[in-house]
Design a protein around this ligand. Structure first.
Ligand code: UD1
Length: 339
């Protein structure tokens, strides 16, 4: 298939390009390069053994999308482009709704105009809000507690409505748990602009000497050791879930929602210990107050992913730590944009 990858210059997008090409697909990237890196696409091309075409553009720009669809003539879309910082979404909510929701509507209009009717959408476990039970399955009620999560859930509803109007339209919504790690080549990985929000990039930066210590945000959660528990998933496993979703698309014909995690929880302190085990590096930590909006535990039920996609995560926490560190060592300043 010829796949139009919005946000293909980002962390998950760039890893997905490699897996798509390995599976025999053809890819075109559409990215405004606000948070993505052109170097990430170039390196994904190196890993995949093929130069990857990038069209620079914004998903809110109907004319740019129209021109890109006219040139690329894709069979399917994987839609990663969007903003994803929870805290920031509370300070600039309109920008989040504009890019994540309005941008997706423009994208679906372009797909309609160019006869493209299959989309895989990058959603998040954040749409569940505070878990009522674990593991979280797709039937769990949704209730996001921040604007970022609400934009993801709104797009899920839009996709359901879009699919309901034609049998030809297919959407697969992937709800990611906590993506971490990097490609085993060390050539592509996570390079957040500015101060990272998420745990693993912070651990990597402490290990690399860019930060003095890691704050353990909360010590009294209802978990094995009092620190928060999450379902960390290797980004290459996550990337492969997108390939499996495209394969499934042909017999989908409607909108399906699927959790993508490992099904296992790891606490913050367990991850710090696993990082030491995998790399030999001790991460200096300091106890700090809880972060507003954080929950005790969150991990996925992955039965639907197994049943519908024939997919399951294969890489363990040790591999996630090892590959994160290899990326950090080879690229202490990421792709070089924030040296
Ligand atoms: C966060 C977002 C979520 C988003 C996901 C993936 C929040 C409240 N949630 O999830 O919506 O989909 O990222 O991008 O921001 N921690 C520390 N010290 C730190 C940073 C984090 O102890 O310096 C802890 C957190 O308290 C949490 C765990 O590490 O228990 C994981 O945090 P993080 O990587 O930010 O992911 P989530 O909070 O699960």
């Amino acid at each position: 298939m010829r796949v139009f990858v919005t946000g293909g210059a980002g962390y998950i997008g760039s890893h997905t390009l490699v897996e798509l090409i390995a599976a025999g697909h053809d890819v075109v990237v559409f990215d405004n390069l606000q948070n993505g890196h052109i170097e990430a696409v170039r390196r994904a091309g190196l890993v995949a053994g093929r130069k990857i075409e990038v069209i620079e553009g914004d998903v809110r720009d109907a004319a740019a999308l129209d021109a890109a669809f006219r040139a690329a003539r894709p069979d399917a879309v994987i839609h990663f482009a969007g903003l994803k910082a929870v805290g920031e979404s509370g300070t600039i909510p309109l920008t989040y709704y504009d890019i994540n929701v309005h941008g997706t509507i423009r994208l679906l209009e372009a797909m309609d105009a160019h006869g493209c009717s299959s989309i895989v959408f990058s959603s998040s476990a954040t749409v569940y809000g505070d878990p009522e039970y674990l593991p979280l399955d797709e039937a769990h009620r949704t209730g996001p507690i921040n604007p970022y999560g609400r934009t993801k859930l709104m797009v899920e509803h839009i996709l359901q409505d879009w699919c309901a109007t034609s049998d030809k339209r297919s959407a697969i919504v992937l709800r990611y748990f906590n993506p971490v790690g990097a490609h085993s080549s060390g050539l592509i990985g996570e390079d957040p602009r500015g101060i990272p929000n998420n745990l693993m990039p912070l651990i990597a930066q402490v290990a690399g000497g860019r930060r003095t210590h890691l704050d353990i945000l909360g010590q009294d959660y209802d978990t094995r050791d009092g620190s928060g528990e999450r379902d960390f998933i290797h980004v290459v496993d996550l990337a492969r879930a997108h390939v499996a979703a495209l394969d499934r698309m042909a017999d989908c014909g409607h909108c399906e929602t699927i959790n993508i995690g490992t099904g296992h929880g790891t606490t913050v302190l367990e991850l710090v210990a696993a990082f030491k085990e995998a790399t030999g590096i001790t991460i200096a930590t300091r106890n700090a107050p809880r972060r507003p909006g954080d929950t005790d535990s969150c991990f996925a039920c992955c039965q639907r992913a197994n049943a519908l996609l024939g997919w399951r995560a294969e890489r363990d926490i040790a591999q996630m730590c090892h590959d994160t560190w290899a990326w950090q060592v080879q690229n202490p300043h990421g792709y070089g944009g924030d040296v």
